[in-house]
Ligand binder design. Sequence first.
Ligand code: UGA
Length: 447
Amino acid sequence: MKVEGQATMVGVIGTGHVGLVTCVSLAEIGHRVIGYDQDPEKISQLRSGSAPFHEPGLRELLARGLASQRLSFTDDVADCVRGAKVVFICVGTPPRAGGEANLVAVERAVRDIARHADGPCVIVEKSTVPTGTAARVKATMQRENPERAAELVVVSNPEFLREGQAIQDAMRPERILIGAESAAGFETMRRLYGPLIANGSQVFEFDVSTAELAKYACNAFLALKISFINALARICEQAQADVVAIAEVMGSDPRIGRAFLDAGIGYGGSCFPKDLQAFDRVARRLGYEFPLLREVARINDEAVEAIARKINDALWNFEGKRIALLGLAFKPGTDDIRFSPALVLASKLVSEGAHVVGYDPIAEHNAKAEMPQLEVASSALDALAGASCAVVCTDWDEIKQLDLSEVRKVMAEAVVVDGRNIFDPDVMQAAGITYYPTGRPPRRVSP
Ligand code: UGA
């Protein structure tokens, strides 16, 4: 699966999750890629083949790219842009206090490209950006380098990478979305992704605004599904009904689909919370109030509150009680703790006087750096030892496979609140553990 005789010189600005995965996957299919980051330490780490975050398969592709010399890294943005036929903008777009995306890094990247481009070049918005950004990009290029601006083509190419599966998603994307305003833009992107398209990826070609908006629409709709099932979970808890069974019924209808109907502690990560807020602000700017998006976020906050209420039901008071959080990453397969519901819960419990001990197979260092007052254990059983309650926050296989008799033995009180519905209520009850699932009737075991 390689380009044949058509390797493109590619520059990638920003080597975070999206940028680095873009670098290694494009090098893997045969392009010559230079990744730029302003952080020189990160660049030397990348040059030595070490990945700055956990992503299955990343290290291997990084090593292969470096060994083939198709992939290199620089902390000089001019090196990244000069000679490149395509430059990807993969910088962060974190939320501002008001919720809208902060595009300072995008603007800086555009200025750098305009300043250093030395020939016709396609500039690709890969970072998730608000509708209307492409027009700003063009205006900035015009201002920065009026002689060259006509040679610089702007393309929107949103990513659909899932953390923990990002390499697989990049190498075998279900869909490739290209927003462009000229045939040259579409042609360059089709050539760039040629091997992936030949391998069966579906290509959508639209205008730039449609592509920019499509990305927000996808993430918002997925978050909506999660909040719908979480709201239903609250109702099920009152009705003594089973949300998992209802999700099965709903999911058996192909018009609905079973995916993203797992009730629990809610969504986190660097995408859904931020994109939902940014989408809400974009809609408002365009003259449409979209309170549904705010409601999705509110229900997501409520999911953490619901877990806290169950802990409260089990323990009465939090003060002085040891509570074990099993899983700290926002989902399994990643060490990313950004907007992780586990940490939202941890700070709530700590602020109410609980002694919180977290465990995560790979995210413990990131969690500790984010929340120094959190005690971090080196194994799940260490976290559980002496705890009056355990909360499943991330559905890691390692947590699913815990030996329940050991769990019951080491805990001070055998109470498990399951924020991911990973255990079978009958099995928990048989193991002598009081079990609070999400959206299903609790099983109380008398002491
Ligand atoms: C998400 C999208 O799935 C990707 O398509 C998109 O490219 C990416 O955002 C992005 O914009 O960059 P990601 O944030 O990696 O990917 O994570 P997801 O797998 O979508 O999960 C998000 C959160 O929802 C996690 O906290 C997960 O535990 C939670 N979730 C997911 C549920 O609570 N219930 C579900 O049924 C599914």
